[in-house]
Design a protein around this ligand. Structure first.
Ligand SMILES: Nc1ncnc2c1ncn2[C@@H]1O[C@H](COP(=O)(O)OP(=O)(O)OP(=O)(O)O)[C@@H](O)[C@H]1O
Length: 331
């Protein structure tokens, strides 16, 4: 079943459809043709550097601000025009939750329950327990992580179909962070949808089903995690002769050359070209490795790469024996 939402055909399988959003803050473009589709049941990681536009997107989705152009729908409802309906079906944790901090953990639950349907209080109390919060403590006396956990409990208690989480784990300790991210998988397994922005890329890699990379207000890459893993490979080899133009192998995101050892981080590698390279005279110790999400992120977003020593190397003897000077080239 499909519904026409204005600019884009929306499938019933999609929980969130964002189509070519544009938004300026004081003449400065913040969202620039931002498009993203989040399928129902996904744990979708929204990744981007500081100021990329992640929080602004969440604010559009929760009807707090209106985009200048484009459309954003959640569960088939326009995020601006139907914000009132969505408030009961969407849970939201802002990057900096602002709560009445003179209330206790229990009191803020009673207060918020008044805005929601029945069942809120029972679920809130359950989350307070699961997130190891002291019900009697005043919010102003909680640690940063404790305060963040109250925000989470309040967002989860309405039993929302869609959860929008803006850096929900910042300030949480490692154990709580892991438990919380683990609980998101169960949440999604029940058919709910989660859009989560975070800078903890490695942690999200264990949890997320999809990732979208945001740069300068645009989604520059969006895929399932399995899709991303299959699209990016690191190939490493030792080469005694002249190598072919690496562009013939795929999109070269990064080149590392250390003496006779060469590594390429390739996007959409051509398997036939890789096979010919492997078989080339002079090419030995050929390795074709999977790439982690952090490495993919760094390569795509152009953030500074890790040092050469922390990078995986071909399992061959050190390059110094070849008498070549060490050099690194980043593209
Ligand atoms: N109320 C505002 N007025 C003017 N500019 C703003 C406002 N809110 C955000 N911006 C600007 O919009 C851009 C995007 O901000 P946004 O908070 O969406 O980024 P982000 O990707 O969430 O960053 P971070 O990872 O640091 O949270 C930034 O340049 C920011 O300075």
């Amino acid at each position: 079943m499909t519904a026409f939402t204005g600019a884009k055909l929306m499938s019933a399988d999609d929980a969130i459809v964002i189509d070519r959003l544009r938004l300026k803050y004081r003449a400065k473009p913040v969202l620039d043709d931002f498009s993203l589709t989040v399928p129902r049941g996904a744990v979708y990681a929204l990744l981007g550097d500081n100021g990329a536009g992640k929080s602004t997107t969440m604010k559009v989705l929760t009807g707090q601000i209106r985009a200048d152009r484009g459309t954003a729908t959640v569960l088939g409802f326009d995020c601006w025009a139907k914000a009132g309906i969505l408030r009961h079906r969407v849970g939201y944790v802002p990057d900096r939750p602002k709560l009445y901090d003179w209330m206790t953990v229990t009191e803020i639950g009673w207060f918020t329950a008044g805005f929601h349907k029945t069942g809120f209080q029972v679920r809130y109390d359950d989350w307070v327990q699961r997130l190891r919060l002291d019900p009697k403590k005043r919010l102003k006396d909680l640690s940063k992580g404790g305060y963040a956990r109250v925000g989470l409990a309040l967002a989860l208690a309405p039993d929302p179909e869609v959860l929008l989480l803006d850096e929900p784990t910042s300030g949480l300790d490692l154990i709580t962070r892991r438990e919380f991210l683990g609980s998101l998988v169960d949440f999604a397994a029940e058919g709910r949808t989660i859009l989560i922005s975070s800078h903890s890329i490695a942690e999200l890699e264990r949890t997320a089903s999809h990732a979208g990379f945001v740069k300068d207000g645009k989604v520059v890459l969006a895929s399932t995690l399995d899709g991303l893993r299959s699209r990016f490979r690191r190939v490493a080899m030792r080469c005694a002769g002249v190598l072919p133009d690496p562009a013939s192998l795929g999109t070269v995101r990064e080149t590392v050359r250390t003496g006779r050892f060469v590594q390429y981080l390739l996007q959409d590698p051509d398997p036939v070209a890789l096979d010919s390279l492997r078989a080339m005279p002079g090419v030995t110790d050929f390795e074709d490795q999977a790439v982690g999400l952090e490495e993919i992120y760094a390569a795509v977003m152009g953030t500074p790469p890790p040092t050469a020593s922390s990078r995986p190397r071909p399992s061959v003897p050190a390059a110094a024996e070849d008498g070549y000077a060490e050099e690194e080239v980043w593209s």
